[in-house]
Design a protein around this ligand. Structure first.
Ligand SMILES: [Zn+2]
Length: 690
């Protein structure tokens, strides 16, 4: 089918779809109807189209145009489409242009199947006869059969006499062939060798034509579903370095294939305006479920440290493909709202190079700032201007009630936990109030990664470096003022660690399956840590409603966390017994003693009574009240509405969060990356040639 699609196009004058007529009618609105049309031999039908379709010479005097060349010198029927009165419309109009033309573009492709088709064969040997001429009586335009004797003659509905003429054979005419609307009528010709035919020479004998069935049965094979069983989760298969467009298509593809558990959104834009994509994976995407903790992974903050980016794409594939069949994945996705940002520095990534071991090209963002030195610091004044990527992540962190996070880097092999710097700027252990929790979190990752756990990574580069059990306090290793993990801990309820995934920052693509193998258990194990410690609700004793922004304090740990809109909270803790106090403005605090086990999380709810403060007449007491207009829910509703609307083929590729428009102009590099991305993501139905 490929050959035909490439070489044949629509017949001028065929009955067009409603949309086509409409579109062409609009497009040619300013041109006057030609009084007399002088057309090609295949131009019947044009006269009836009331001037909406113009013949070339009537529209403009084009010498040596492409469409005529197609028709006269090849078997291809080409027409030229004028799509819009405006040659280079505004980006905002592109979506409308797509709407105007989508059906037309598809129905035009379908026209490749109209008319008559079949094979011309030697009546004796049944071999296909290449270069046979196909003649339609009354139309002075012949076409030629292909390599296997296959031919395709576009024709509008009607009755035709068709003749096949091949050198050395007696011509054969099939009369009264009925051509109907829709698929082509199949007509095969078996030509008798002429009496005077020259004996076939040796080359003809040896070069046996491929059997016709090869052509006829060319069917696109759909990817067979991978076998699944309860104990054998499906592993990812998509191992390659994903450049931006490729990654974009990958994400859209998974968002489309798994709409029940995914939502693709953008947390903002890079300096060069690339989207900072986030894939949400949850059994209720787009919704914060009361009491369900939120988790995030961020990769590729340093553009040339790419392993995290690929691992996170692998993880998305893994979670999507195993949800519903693998108990571990199903459980995790049902109980956790997971957000995955594969690349925080997409601009830097495009500058970095495969094979980079310990370099810095592409490390920084496009303004040449190190994003992991760009966050406000507790000890030092960060003088670099805040970067768009940094600001986007900061506002992202304020939008969702994240509980746990990891920031994936490369260049070493260790989990690094807060604090990342100390007051003197010296390389000494800088303890956070939650040091025990952070150590446990870090160990949950390193324990599952054998090489990391051994603690002596990158011996060729740093022979004396040793990290017991593959973890380290950030500042003890080296000072990172302005780092992201400390900002998470000091400004939000989120606990974040920084994970170095390997000594080579940008390994060769063939190494990628190895990284997945080394890290897949760790990635899952770390996510499960979000279900540790204490969680529950802080409720108003009077009406039972959740109290927003109530404070949860743990005695002897100077790090309170706050409740979300349903009064829900999560406090990560290691095994032990704790005195936990819930307090809120306008309420009497409540303290409880809680035992935390070595596994799982304990639910502890607090019901707070309003204080007896005298309420002035007509004035409500000041209370922490839940936020009733959650922007996420609104966004979700819009998304659902969009998805329910009929939007046919573009659902496959284009639909995503309304924020990220697929309708835009693409400069050459972007365009070629997009095409490459399509090919890489849909290898079974595409081929990219140059
Ligand atoms: Zn890094």
């Amino acid at each position: 089918m490929t050959r035909v699609l490439r070489s044949a196009a629509c017949l001028p004058g065929v009955e067009l779809g409603r949309e086509q007529k409409h579109a062409i009618g609009l497009l040619c609105c300013e041109k006057s109807e030609p009084a007399a049309l002088k057309g090609s031999p295949d131009a019947q039908g044009v006269g009836q189209s009331k001037g909406r379709i113009l013949l070339g010479r009537a529209a403009s005097e084009l010498e040596s145009g492409m469409q005529d060349y197609n028709y006269v010198w090849a078997d291809c029927f080409e027409i030229t489409l004028e799509l819009s009165c405006c040659k280079y419309p505004l980006t905002s109009e592109l979506e409308q242009e797509w709407e105007n033309n989508r059906e037309s573009l598809l129905s035009f492709i379908e026209k490749v199947h109209i008319g008559v088709k079949g094979f011309v064969r030697d009546a004796v040997t049944k071999a296909g006869l290449e270069n046979t001429t196909i003649v339609v009586a009354g139309i002075a335009h012949n076409i030629t059969a292909g390599k296997y004797g296959d031919y395709h003659r576009l024709l509008v509905p009607g009755t035709y006499n068709v003749t096949a003429v091949a050198v050395g054979y007696t011509p054969l005419t099939r009369e009264n062939i009925e051509v109907k609307e829709g698929d082509a009528t199949e007509v095969d010709f078996f030509l008798q060798p002429a009496v005077m035919a020259p004996a076939p020479n040796l080359t003809q004998l040896t070069a046996a034509p491929a059997p016709a069935s090869t052509v006829a049965s060319t069917v696109v094979q759909a990817e067979a579903p991978s076998p699944t069983s309860l104990h054998q989760p499906v592993q990812p298969v998509d191992f390659r370095h994903h450049h931006f467009s490729d990654m974009e298509i990958f994400l859209r593809r998974y968002a489309n294939e798994y709409p029940n558990i995914t939502r693709l959104y953008s947390a903002g834009k890079s300096v060069e305006l690339r989207e900072l994509y986030v894939m949400e994976i949850s059994d209720n995407p787009g919704v914060h479920e009361a009491g369900e903790p939120e988790f995030k992974y961020i990769g590729n903050m340093h553009g040339n440290e790419v392993v995290g980016r690929e691992l996170l794409l692998n993880l998305i594939e893994y979670l999507c493909k195993n949800f519903g069949t693998d108990p571990e994945v199903t459980d995790l996705v049902r109980s956790t709202r997971i957000h995955i940002m594969p690349s925080m520095n997409p601009d830097g990534y495009e500058k970095s190079q495969e094979g980079d071991r310990g370099g810095t090209v592409g490390r920084n963002n496009s303004n040449n700032y190190d994003l992991n030195r760009n966050f406000p610091d507790q000890f030092f004044q960060v003088t670099d201007p805040p970067q768009p990527e940094t600001l986007a992540v900061m506002s992202w962190l304020k939008t969702y009630p994240f509980v746990l996070s990891a920031n994936l880097h490369g260049g070493s092999l260790v989990v690094n936990y807060p604090y990342d710097d100390d007051e003197q700027g010296m390389a000494i252990y800088s303890k956070s109030p939650d040091d025990a929790v952070f150590q446990q979190l870090a160990l949950s990752y390193s324990k599952e990664n054998k090489m990391m756990y051994q603690g002596s990574p990158c011996k060729d580069m740093y022979p004396n470096e040793y990290f017991p059990h593959g973890i380290t306090n950030g500042a003890q290793w080296y000072n990172v003022p302005g780092g992201m993990q400390d900002w998470n801990y000091l400004n939000t309820n989120c606990f974040e660690v920084t994970i170095e995934l390997g000594c080579v920052k940008y390994p060769d693509a063939e190494e990628l399956p190895k990284y997945w193998e080394q890290n897949r258990r760790s990635l899952l194990q770390f996510m499960k840590q979000v279900h540790r410690g204490v969680w529950g609700f802080v409720l108003d004793a009077t009406d039972g409603r959740g109290i927003l922004n109530a404070t949860i304090s743990v005695a002897e740990i100077n790090h309170p966390v706050t409740t979300y809109k349903d009064g829900d909270y999560w406090r990560l803790l290691v095994q032990g017994t704790y005195k936990i106090t819930a307090s809120a403005r306008g309420y009497n605090p409540v303290t409880k003693t809680v035992a935390v086990d070595s596994e799982g999380a304990v639910q502890v709810n607090f019901t707070l009574k309003r204080t007896d403060a005298k309420v002035e007449e007509g004035k409500a007491p000041v209370l922490n009240t839940p936020d009733t207009s959650d922007p996420n829910e609104k966004e979700f509703e819009t998304l659902i509405k969009d998805l329910s609307a009929e939007n046919g083929v573009e659902r496959l590729l284009l639909s995503s969060s309304g924020k990220v428009s697929p309708y835009r102009y693409r400069p050459y590099k972007d365009l070629s990356e997009f095409l490459r991305g399509l090919y890489l993501n849909y290898p079974h139905i595409t081929n990219l040639s140059r």
